[in-house]
Design a protein. Structure first.
Length: 231
């Protein structure tokens, strides 16, 4: 019997679902989504660049540098992302003596964190290229950097595209963690509207639908690329 009031309240709110609260606040929600998309894009680019450098250092097998790169990867892969965000947001201003802003703090946190995962993806992609092709490239006079640039990395990235896209989807979902530092991304913008107008059901259902559509579309694209790029 104790559950009946909750059910009745939920049912009444669903019947009284206010679509206008979503429609009227679309410009504000779009501003939040732009922050989410920009953060995702920059974190992908920065993480992929740094991750590729780390992967190349590890496969080059220079003992000291390879150990440092491996330690970096293992360190960040062993930490929760939210802890890294807290570090960059609270500790860096103490070290620098001034605030760098919530956006740049979480951006650096995402780049450093994602680089560890991209490094392993890139390293696996490099390992998938046959050693015979590397030997052939060196035999025709290509240096190690040229071999990596013209022979290995193009093939490796072709094989990695679906996995990289999957990691990008995960990163897009993880951007919702920026609420802990008050950055107004898509989720935080929706929460502000929900609390202001007391329409939590409408806003959070809408947020769930948006995240689902974007992530599910990305998953379908990943499957398509897996089939198209399969050798």
């Amino acid at each position: 019997m104790s559950g009946c009031p909750v059910v009745s309240v939920w049912g009444s709110q669903m019947i009284d679902f206010d679509y206008d609260i979503i429609w009227n606040n679309l410009p504000f929600l779009w501003e939040g989504m732009k922050v989410t998309l920009l953060l995702t894009l920059l974190a992908i680019v920065g993480g992929l660049v740094l991750g590729t450098v780390l992967a190349l250092i590890r496969v080059a097998k220079i003992p000291i540098l390879a150990w440092v790169a491996a330690a970096y990867v293992n360190f960040f892969r062993s930490l929760p992302l939210i802890l890294v965000i807290f570090w960059l947001y609270f500790l860096v201003p103490l070290i620098l003596g001034h605030s760098v802003g919530s956006f740049y703090s979480v951006l650096v946190a995402f780049v450093l964190f994602e680089a560890a995962y991209y490094s392993e993806i890139v390293r696996a992609g490099i390992s998938s290229v046959g050693s015979g092709q590397i030997a052939a490239a060196r035999a025709v006079g290509l240096t190690y950097p040229q071999t990596m640039r013209y022979v290995v990395l193009p093939q490796a990235f072709r094989a990695m595209v679906p996995v990289l896209l999957t990691q990008a989807i995960i990163l897009f979902q993880d951007t919702s963690l920026v609420y802990v530092v008050g950055l107004k991304d898509f989720l935080v913008s929706a929460e502000l509207i929900a609390n202001r107008d007391q329409r939590l059901i409408e806003m959070f259902i809408f947020v769930a639908i948006v995240y689902f559509v974007i992530c599910f579309s990305g998953s379908l694209l990943t499957r398509h690329l897996q089939k198209k790029l399969k050798i």
